[in-house]
Design a protein around this ligand. Structure first.
Ligand SMILES: *[C@@H]1O[C@H](CO)[C@@H](O)[C@H](O)[C@H]1NC(C)=O
Ligand SMILES: [Zn+2]
Ligand SMILES: [Zn+2]
Length: 299
């Protein structure tokens, strides 16, 4: 079906990138699951997974391939990570940086790298600068229609369908209120634009989930439409405890991806990459609204 025509950029660049990373030794989930200081290999896997560093596979003739990882070899990527995350930019793995890396987050990359074409995100060409808060996926096909349908595709019943339906209805209403879009659930036999479901582990999109903790969901840019939750999380369908991830907050965030918004650098924005357990973020913020309205002007 969608296959490589998912050539929305998240796919072409990041998902291909992530696939390769997941096949390589450094898996970012180990970083998150550990309560100890992560190894440099784990930090490198994390920086690659979220777009701060190229894979060595992108440079088969380069020298970076099998050389041992040193903190100084990671310095440019650590600096970029600190800059994007509004941390003190030192290029060093200080405790503040490690703590941010261990914070639960969305699995969709922050920065999309296209091999040999450098960094792609909403900033001045050629230079990585923190300018915009919201950002868009590059090289995507924004939706052409303004009436979008969704359907539920879970392979595991992590949450009762009635609760999921109610939560998604509310989340779509928030986006509809600030954009030209109207959303409705697809009828039986109708192919939906947005497909929402719970999955665990490797579920066939090259982007395996990591079990409880760290990554809670991911979604693809338009016009792919896949929105996946990690079925292993401790989901809350009402008020989350400090052990639970708020399903409505995550849904609001992931719908933003399906419409074409990438991660925001504004910690208050719904499109910020991190949400801790116990945190509720169910209202779109001005930065989210500015982003969607810049992408899809109303008139
Ligand atoms: C899930 O959340 C509930 C409610 O706070 C808690 O009792 C339970 O221990 C949590 N499970 C895990 C695996 O964290
Ligand atoms: Zn995200
Ligand atoms: Zn998935």
């Amino acid at each position: 079906m969608a296959q490589l025509n998912l050539c929305s950029l998240v796919l072409v660049a990041s998902f291909a990138l992530l696939l390769a990373i997941h096949l390589s030794a450094a898996h970012p989930r180990k970083l998150m699951k550990s309560t100890k200081i992560p190894s440099l290999n784990e930090v490198k896997g994390y920086l690659q997974a979220y777009g701060y560093m190229e894979r060595s596979e992108d440079h088969p003739t380069g020298t970076s391939g099998d050389s041992p990882i040193t903190e100084s070899s990671l310095k440019p990527a650590i600096r970029m990570y600190q800059e994007w995350n509004h941390l003190e930019v030192t290029g060093k793995l200080n405790s503040e940086t490690i703590a941010r890396m261990m914070t639960p987050r969305c699995g969709t990359p922050d920065i999309v790298r296209i091999p040999d074409k450098g960094v792609h995100h909403e900033s001045k060409p050629g230079k990585f600068r923190v300018v915009a808060h919201y950002s868009f996926f590059k090289n995507m096909n924004p939706w052409s229609q303004r009436q979008l349908t969704y359907s539920f595709t879970s392979t595991i019943p992590s949450v009762p369908i009635g609760d999921l339906r109610a939560i998604c209805t509310r989340a779509f209403q928030h986006w509809a209120a600030v954009s030209p879009f109207q959303f409705r659930e697809a009828g039986q036999g109708e192919v939906a634009n947005i497909m929402i479901g719970f999955y665990t582990g490797d579920h066939g999109d090259g982007y395996p989930f990591d079990g409880l903790g760290h990554t809670w969901a991911h979604a693809f840019s338009p016009r792919d439409g896949r929105l996946h939750y990690d079925g292993s999380e401790n989901w809350s369908i009402s008020t989350p405890t400090t052990d639970q991830t708020d399903l409505e907050s995550v849904t609001l965030h992931e719908i933003g991806h399906t419409l074409g918004l990438a991660h925001s650098q504004d910690p208050d924005a719904v499109m910020y990459a991190y949400i801790n357990t116990g945190v509720i973020k169910r209202q779109l913020q001005q930065d989210d609204i500015n982003g969607i309205q810049a992408l899809y002007p109303s008139k």
